[in-house]
Design a protein around this ligand. Structure first.
Ligand code: MRU
Length: 337
């Protein structure tokens, strides 16, 4: 596998983040020296993807710990958790770091939280590798698959969730071709997923989001593979806007629909998808494309960043602890233990 460009680098007094908004045109880094700067980078989408913003939030807490005060950690937790509401990995990471801080004397905070954030990052990498192997086993040889958004190395600390499976499956000869939805309006599919796949020489083709149904009708598609930002206790899967429609289309065409996510993406406290907060971003991001207006002046738009796919449309969920199949509350509970 090609060595990826570092996209998040811990420098102890700052977190250096690859600015994903600039990809694939330019490689630009943003330095975050305070938790507030980390929260801004997350909110403004300099870095994105549920597992990666969890890692960044953990490092944000480690930056706050340098001030050796509980008040600084509380303030950091508040600003970080508010930065993006849907991906639960962020809240998990912040509360794990807070918990650790409670049992740490002030003098030991910087070192202990920095180590914990590094461990959180390394764990995510090993989860990715395990999911890659478990997910690849679900695919037939030479599979043609569709993926949505970017659930790759850029969205995690490792090789990715959905793209981790695709990478491993390609290595084993189980994936022959990947169709990537462009993913309006941020274009994570065209800008980021194709960038990653092409660097690795994995055959891939861009489609607009609305082409998936037609593609399934006119040619063989063996699986849809996506990541997730939050999975409810009953197995409802929240992911990038457009995923729900893709799942409906996949069911209609009898194409298996797989979600790939580490257990840090599960939210057992939320009974079903209706309890998941859906981020709604600025309408401007829909009304413009790279700063160029694409609607009449004064037009209105909505910008839901995520949607929820009901568990009944999900063929299986791949986690680092095993595969959930069929997807229902009892199976989710059994896996999470
Ligand atoms: O808005 P984004 O780019 O943060 O959304 C990312 C996604 O929806 C991914 O599919 C999800 O985080 C899973 S990433 C491993």
């Amino acid at each position: 596998m090609a060595r990826p460009i570092p996209h998040i680098v811990w420098k102890r007094d700052r977190l250096r983040v690859l600015d994903q908004r600039e990809l694939p045109r330019r490689i630009v880094y943003v330095d975050c020296r305070t938790p507030r700067e980390v929260a801004k980078a997350i909110k403004d989408m300099a870095l994105r993807g549920a597992p990666l913003i969890g890692c960044a939030a953990a490092f944000g807490m480690a930056l706050a710990a340098r001030r050796r005060s509980v008040r600084a950690l509380d303030a950091a937790a508040e600003v970080l958790v508010k930065s993006r509401p849907t991906a639960v990995n962020l809240a998990h990471a912040v509360s794990a770091m807070r918990e650790l801080a409670r049992s740490t004397p002030p003098a030991g905070l910087p070192e202990r939280l920095a180590r914990a954030a590094e461990r959180y990052y390394r764990d995510d990498l090993s989860f990715n590798r395990r999911m890659g192997v478990l997910g690849a086993a679900l695919l037939p040889r030479g599979a043609v698959v569709i993926t949505h958004c970017n659930a790759g190395a850029l969205a995690t600390s490792g090789i990715g969730t959905a793209l981790g499976v695709i990478r491993e499956a390609f290595r084993q000869g189980r994936v022959a071709h990947v169709y990537a939805d462009e993913t309006r309006p941020y274009l994570q599919g065209s800008r980021l997923t194709l960038w990653e796949l092409m660097q690795e020489g994995i055959p891939c083709t861009l489609i607009t989001d609305s082409m998936a149904a037609h593609l399934m009708k006119v040619q063989r598609i063996d699986a849809v593979i996506v990541g997730s930002d939050r999975i409810a206790a009953n197995g409802d899967v929240c992911n990038k806007i457009g995923t729900y429609g893709l799942a409906i289309v996949a069911r209609h065409h009898r194409v298996p629909f797989y979600a790939v996510a580490p257990t840090t993406t599960f939210d057992p406290g939320t009974a079903d998808g209706s309890g998941i907060p859906i981020e709604e971003r600025s309408a401007k991001e829909v009304l413009e494309l790279s700063g160029i207006p694409i609607a009449p002046v004064g037009a209105r738009a909505r910008h839901f960043a995520f949607d929820v796919t009901p568990a009944r449309l999900v063929t299986a969920i791949v986690t680092e602890k095993g595969v959930i199949r069929p997807v229902n509350a009892a199976r989710v509970k059994r896996l999470l233990g």
